[in-house]
Design a protein around this ligand. Structure first.
Ligand code: HEC
Length: 155
C-alpha cells in the first residue's frame, strides 16, 4: 500500500507538470500503464471492427480501412514507449509479465511484427474482399495472440 501511495503521489506531481511535457511520453509508471492500455484497446477495437466485417455483421469496408489505419498507427509507436521499464504487474492494473523485459528482444520482435501485418490488412481493406481481409486479420491476430500468450497475465 505504501508503495502505491508513493506512486500515486508521484503521479499527481507528474500530472500537475504534464502541461510542459511531450504528450506521448508520460513520465510516471501509472500513466504509462494507462497509455499502454489505451493503445491496446485501440488495437482491440480495430480488430473487432475487422472481425465484424469478415462475419458480415455490420461494419463496412470503410470501417475496415479506418480500423487498419488505426492498427497501423499504433504499430508504429516505439516498443520502448509502449513497454517502458517499471510498468510490469504490480503497477496499477498492469498485466504485463516481468518476462516481457527479461526477453526484450523477443517482445520487441513481436511488436515489430505488427507493422507489416497491419500494412497487409490495410491493403486487404482497400480491396474490400472479405476473404482477403479475413486472411490479413488472421495474420495480425496471430501476432497479438503470440505476444499475449508469452507476456500478458492470463486472467
Ligand atoms: C509485444 C506484445 C504485444 C503485442 C504484439 C500485442 N499486445 Fe496486447 N497486450 C500486451 C500486454 C503485455 C498487455 C497487458 C498490458 C497491461 O495490462 O498493462 C496487453 C493488453 C491488451 C489488451 C487489454 C488492455 C486493457 O484494457 O487492459 C487488449 C485489448 C490487447 N492487448 C489487444 C491487442 C491486440 C488486438 C493486438 C494485436 C493487434 C495486441 N494486443 C498486440 C502485449 C502485446
Amino acid at each position: 500500500m505504501r508503495t502505491l501511495t508513493i506512486l500515486a503521489a508521484a503521479a499527481a506531481v507528474c500530472i500537475a507538470h504534464a502541461g510542459s511535457m511531450a504528450p506521448a511520453l508520460a513520465a510516471d509508471p501509472l500513466a504509462q500503464v494507462k497509455e499502454r492500455e489505451t493503445l491496446m484497446k485501440k488495437l482491440g477495437g480495430g480488430m473487432k471492427a475487422v472481425g465484424g466485417f469478415v462475419k458480415n455483421e455490420g461494419p463496412t469496408a470503410a470501417d475496415v480501412q479506418a480500423a487498419a489505419a488505426a492498427i497501423t498507427e499504433v504499430s508504429t509507436v516505439d516498443p520502448r514507449t509502449v513497454f517502458p521499464e517499471g510498468t510490469a504487474i504490480g503497477v496499477g492494473d498492469s498485466e504485463a509479465k516481468p518476462e516481457l523485459w527479461q526477453n526484450w528482444t523477443t517482445a520487441e520482435g513481436y511488436w515489430n511484427d505488427l507493422k507489416p501485418a497491419a500494412e497487409q490488412l490495410t491493403a486487404a481493406a482497400g480491396s474490400g474482399d472479405r476473404a482477403q481481409v479475413a486472411r490479413a486479420m488472421q495474420a495480425v491476430g496471430k501476432v497479438c495472440q503470440t505476444c499475449h500468450e508469452d507476456f500478458r497475465l492470463k486472467k
